[in-house]
Design a protein around this ligand. Sequence first.
Ligand SMILES: CC(C)(COP(=O)(O)OP(=O)(O)OC[C@H]1O[C@@H](n2cnc3c(N)ncnc32)[C@H](O)[C@@H]1OP(=O)(O)O)[C@@H](O)C(=O)NCCC(=O)NCCS
Length: 449
Amino acid sequence: MKTLDLTHGADEADRAAFRAGPVDEESRTRLAANGLDYRRLAVDHDGFVGWLQTVARGFQDGERTDEQVAASRDRSGYRRLTGVYDPAGPMADAPVATIASWLGELTVPGGAAIPSCAISAVTVAPTHRRRGVARAMLEGELRAAQAAGIPMAMLTVSESPLYGRYGFAPAAASASWQIETKRAAWIGPQPAGRIDFVTRERVRELLPSLHERMRHRFPGEIDVPGSHWDGFAGTNPAAEKVGEKRAVQYADAAGEVRGAAVYAVRENHDDFTKATATVHYLLAETDDAYAALWRFLLELDLVAEVHAGELSIDEPLLWMIADQRAAKVTVRDHQYVRIIDVVACLEARRYGAAGALVLDVSDPIGLSAGRYLLEVDDAGVGRVTVLADGESPEGAVQVALGITELSATYLGAVSPATLAAAGRVTTTDPTTAARVLGWHTAPRLSIWY
Ligand SMILES: CC(C)(COP(=O)(O)OP(=O)(O)OC[C@H]1O[C@@H](n2cnc3c(N)ncnc32)[C@H](O)[C@@H]1OP(=O)(O)O)[C@@H](O)C(=O)NCCC(=O)NCCS
């Protein structure tokens, strides 16, 4: 089986080849048997308008204006766009189902960024739902990724129950915070650098380079498509209410910019001391930048509550406030991953402890099933051997699990011991399995895609 060169992440030639690659033949045949046409379309094709309107309708959003269509077309060049068309319908040139994907990078435990197929814009029209169209598209994109040598797939979801059946698992949770500012009281560091307001255009320049420098520190982060930064900074010409967005930067004592935040304040007309600030994005390259930006936000005058989302479940911020109960923290599933190439993925990450595990992996759609010996050395580096039928290396801990469960453990979010207690994994030694597959940094993902 082909695998992309993992040492170089995803290079531009690989990205372009995947974007322009064919749709999966098995799914095309299956959909054709139901009278449906499964095809890819280029972003500059006339059909882009219909494709985009179907996506907007699929997410219960309003019809896109000409300006929004043009802006979206400009920002969609990185995506592989696919639609399912019903030639028997009255609007045969607008798809009845959509999916988009692209070759991106996923940070894994240890800091490597591996090629990963990001999937988004999955919609099926209510007129064509529950006939297996989404299944054909998801399986189709996974097979297309496998054929292109992409070892991993990933997505964020509108509803949790949709994707486990294809082997995806929640692998990095996100935390939403509501902080009562008066009660929180800052007890964290007071760094020597300075916070200054900057324009939205300036913060749009800062965010990508700051993110590029920090994303390797957190398993679960991805290389953010350029267009997302316009959304955070409010520099997308089609965006609404951009005037609400305020941007600040943190420069360290030497004058280097190490962090930035974009936030908006909504005043409270009944009580001017009780406004709410919503943090749209906060990026800190250093601990000092992190402390300075959070302190600034928690000490804004007239603001009684600060809301922030897509945070890690293990934020240092919790230890920087005097009253931890000032923060209401809601945790939910966020970044989903799906291992496609078990050997490539397991050799790309680093591990919490030395040990040997036999992973007996089942796969609901048959892409990645097999028995694998994972041997981890003292440096946390893993080597993987595909085992022959009946082969059973002496002394190795046996772990039987689905590809969904293996994917759930991949970024270090959940212990196999927890999954064993939940009846999702069977193992001869949950403690060793947990130590080996564990990781010390909680995975996170700071965007939706
Ligand atoms: C979610 C959506 C894409 C499903 O499309 P669909 O073509 O009806 O799905 P399929 O018929 O292929 O169903 C595939 C499987 O998913 C299950 N399923 C579909 N929608 C589901 C839902 N909302 N909740 C739970 N299970 C669901 C089906 O029962 C089926 O199960 P099975 O194949 O294991 O028996 C479609 O309802 C939709 O567009 N929803 C609104 C937009 C959205 O939320 N998209 C997902 C973005 S992450």
